[in-house]
Every structure is written in C-alpha cells, then in structure tokens.
Design a binder for this molecule. Structure first.
Ligand SMILES: Cc1ncc(COP(=O)(O)O)c(C=O)c1O
Length: 453
C-alpha cells in the first residue's frame, strides 16, 4: 500500500481518549451529514491525484519530505479541538507543547535560555529575525550570500532595509573576503549565514564569519531553515561540521520543522539567543485575550492566530524521535546523506555528467557535459523530462559559472549560467532506493541522448 492506513486505527483510539476529557459536557446536537461528506471527500481524493508522488522515494525533486505518521496523527487529533496558539486561552495545552518543543530545538543548538516560537515557515521565521535585527541596528543593511534564499532580499525590502548580496565561492558558500569588504563600509547590521543553501545545500563558513566580529559590529543570523537538523548528523564533512559546531554563537537561528523535522507544512521556527528581544514584540491589544500573567506566545510572535495542531504534531514527533545524536531521528538524516554521497560518486564516474561538488548535506547537483553552456542546459531539461517519464522525479536548478567552472562541464561558455540537474535526497529510504534511482537516471540519460542526437 502506498500510504500507511494502519495508523488510522490509532487515531480513532486517541480521539476517544481525548473525548474522555470532555465527558461531562452535554452532547451538541449538530452531526455531520456523512453521505454528503463522502461525496465531496472522494472527489477531493481524485483531485489530489494530480500531484507528483512527493511521498515516494522515486521523488527526489524539490525540498519536500513526507511528515512522519505520528506528526500526521497528532496534527489531525489536535484539529478536532483546533487550538490557536496565539494565547493560552486559545490553546492552553498546545502552547505548553510549543514551548517544550521549541526548548528542545534550542537545546539541540546548544542554548538554554532563549526566546523562540513556531510560525508559518522559513520565510516568516527569517522575517522576524531580520526585523529584530533592524530594531537593534537601525539604518543598517542586511548582507546575505548570492546563494541565500531569495526571500532575504524581498524581506529586506519589506522592512525598508538595504540588502547587500555577497559573492560566493566555487562551492556556493559565502566568500568571506567579499563579506569583509562589505563590512568595512560600516553599513551592514545583520549578516545572514546560510547553513544549507536551498539550491545546492552549501554551508557558509560560520566560524570564519564569526571571527570577523572581533573587527566589525554586526548581528549573525543563521538561516538553517533546511539544514539545521544536520546538527545531529554524525557523518558531515570536517568543514561542514565546523560550521554547525559554532551555531550557538549566532544571535538568531531559523530552522524549519516542516523541512527536515518530519512535520506537515506550516511549521517554521525562529529562535533568539537573547530572550530580551521579546521587548520588540510588546503590544497592547484590546481584543485579544491575554487573561493570565503567564507568557502567551502571541506576546512574542508577529503573527496572531497560529495552529496549535502544528505544535501538537511537533511535540509528539519529538517524544517519539528525540533530537539526539545517534538516535533514530539523527540516523534518518544520516541515511539521506549517505544516499547523497552514493549518488554523487556514481555521477562522478559517469562521463556524461559533471557533478558540481561533493554534497555538504543531502542535495546533489550536476551539470550535463556538452560542447556549450546552452547545449548543456538543453540536455539537462531533456534528461529531466525523460526521467519523469520513467517515474523518477528530479529538479532543475540554474547555477552561475563561478560554481560550475571547477567541474568543467563545457568547452565553450556561451552563457554565464547553466541549467543543472538537482536531487534532494531527503528521505531515509533513499539509501535503499539509490540503485533503482541510478538505474532509472542512466536509462533516462540514454533516452535523452537518443532523442537529442
Ligand atoms: C535556506 C532556506 N531559507 C528559507 C526558506 C524559505 O522557507 P519557507 O519555504 O518555509 O518559507 C527556504 C525554503 O526552501 C530555505 O531553503
């Protein structure tokens, strides 16, 4: 069976357990019209078939990871109450669950005291970190590498803050000398350090960037929306490990449970090292319901209503799979990384392909060897389509010449960027499926060569 149906029986049992907590209440009379529900629900099931098979190991395209069954169950269970984590009155139990889950993430980063909360996703989380940065360094700019997530430039513009893109090195990491040049202008207030870029999984050299704080005054915001949980992986390369080992020295960190934390979408997390930044969130609303002296999450987040169900799902997942090096959760990340290394090695041995660099995390990128950049891009597109015909779903990503030159995929540069193939090997099952993935990829490359030639 494609989806795990067995766990649904657990949902029924857990729902009864939840219901017992409200037994004393009179029965409400409204009942759903199950026949009407059935009809529309089945038509929704049919509509939903028009999706790539994100849940399946043959999907290695975008940064999509299926939620753990326990996260799905806990989320759905909580939905029967639909708590709102804006205020304790809206979500008493789930607010507590959120605080505990966020404290667990903070501990993973090496922080005891902290201020943090869940939010809609990485973009919202980064927005809050950049906003706090602006409040603390008014008039100063945000700097992020040219491979940082595109939303940093957009968020800076929303905040009315100048944005400085910083050059990258051949492996897609922030170039520290270029950053130092920008810092010398005294115009930079916050440096965004990406631990795991979206396109290639590159990890900016955090240790070297932190060292610049001796000479320049700036905040360090770590965008680890995708990469953050790799903190727990025992099989990172030396330089990558060195960056993760310094994460506790950042001023703020973003990490997305809805990427590598096995959660459904709608679960980002922002954390600040100094709990004192909570003062910027202070507001006085006559219509929200802060009715106790205890901290309400709505007092420390920019969004108002937020799903308590997301907190319930994350808390329950972390109970089952604690964030511990060597634990099952960490082993899942390590398995994906092993799969990525295997894929990279196989591509390196195939003379049709030019892998950009060994993967730092679990994203693999490669160009197709060709006479010119334009031909290489066209061939990548053909292989992408041919692979999809063989039910292998890859992604395409455009990379600049700086990142491509070491792999020398072309003899003639008739364009300064090349469309490459990209695989996000994020599921633990990818390790066992790699032989199948490779055989389909090789066959797709053959199909594309035949079609092209
Ligand atoms: C490094 C990084 N930052 C931020 C984001 C934006 O996160 P979201 O899509 O959850 O808003 C992403 C998304 O892929 C990302 O990879």
């Amino acid at each position: 069976m494609t989806f795990d149906h067995e766990s649904l029986a657990l949902l029924e049992e857990a729902l009864r357990r939840l219901e017992e907590g409200y037994r004393g209440l009179p029965e409400p009379s409204s009942r759903a019209d199950v026949r009407a529900l059935r009809e529309v629900l089945l038509s929704a099931a049919e509509r939903l078939r028009d999706n790539y098979p994100y849940h399946h190991p043959l999907y290695v395209g975008q940064m999509l990871k299926p939620p753990h069954p326990i996260a799905r169950l806990a989320y759905t269970l909580a939905l029967f109450l639909n708590p709102n984590n804006h205020a304790l009155d809206g979500g008493r139990a789930t607010s507590q669950m959120e605080k505990e889950a966020v404290a667990g993430i903070a501990r993973m980063l090496g922080w005891g005291a902290h201020l943090g909360h869940l939010c809609g996703g990485g973009t919202m989380a980064n927005f809050e970190a950049l906003w706090v940065g602006r409040e603390l360094r008014p008039g100063k700019a945000v700097a992020a590498s040219a491979q940082a997530h595109y939303t940093h430039a957009r968020l800076s513009s929303v905040l009315g803050v100048p944005f400085h893109p910083i050059a990258i090195d051949a492996r897609g990491r922030m170039d520290v000398r270029s950053l130092e040049g920008a810092l010398a202008t005294h115009a930079i207030g916050t440096v965004v350090v990406t631990l795991g870029t979206t396109a290639a999984g590159s990890v900016d050299p955090l240790a070297e960037i932190l060292a610049l704080r001796g000479r320049h005054d700036f905040r360090v915001h770590v965008d680890a929306a995708y990469g953050g949980y790799f903190m727990l992986a025992g099989n990172l390369g030396g330089e990558t490990r060195r960056a993760f080992d310094r994460i506790a020295e950042a001023d703020s960190v973003v990490i997305d449970p809805h990427k590598h934390g096995l959660q459904p979408y709608g679960c980002g997390c922002v954390l600040f090292r100094d709990p004192g930044v909570g003062r910027f969130y202070k507001h006085d609303s006559p219509y929200t319901y802060f009715s106790s002296a205890d901290l309400h999450l709505g007092e420390i987040s920019l969004e108002c209503s937020r799903p308590g169900a997301a907190a319930a799902a994350l808390w329950t997942t972390m109970r089952l799979l604690p964030l511990k090096p060597g634990g099952d959760f960490a082993r899942g990340l390590e398995a994906g990384r092993e799969a990525a290394l295997t894929l990279h090695q196989a591509l390196s041995k195939d003379d049709r392909f030019a892998p950009l660099m060994p993967p730092e995390l679990d994203i693999v990128t490669w160009a197709v060897r060709a006479a010119s950049s334009t031909e290489s891009s066209a061939m990548a597109r053909r292989i992408f389509d041919a692979a999809a015909h063989r039910d292998l779903h890859l992604a395409l990503a455009t990379f600049p010449r700086t990142m491509l030159e070491p792999a020398a995929p072309v003899t003639r540069w008739d364009a300064d960027e090349i469309v490459c193939l990209r695989a996000c090997v994020m599921k633990p099952e990818h390790r066992d499926w790699m032989a199948e993935i490779l055989s389909r990829l090789q066959a797709a490359a053959g199909d594309a060569c035949n079609a092209g030639g």
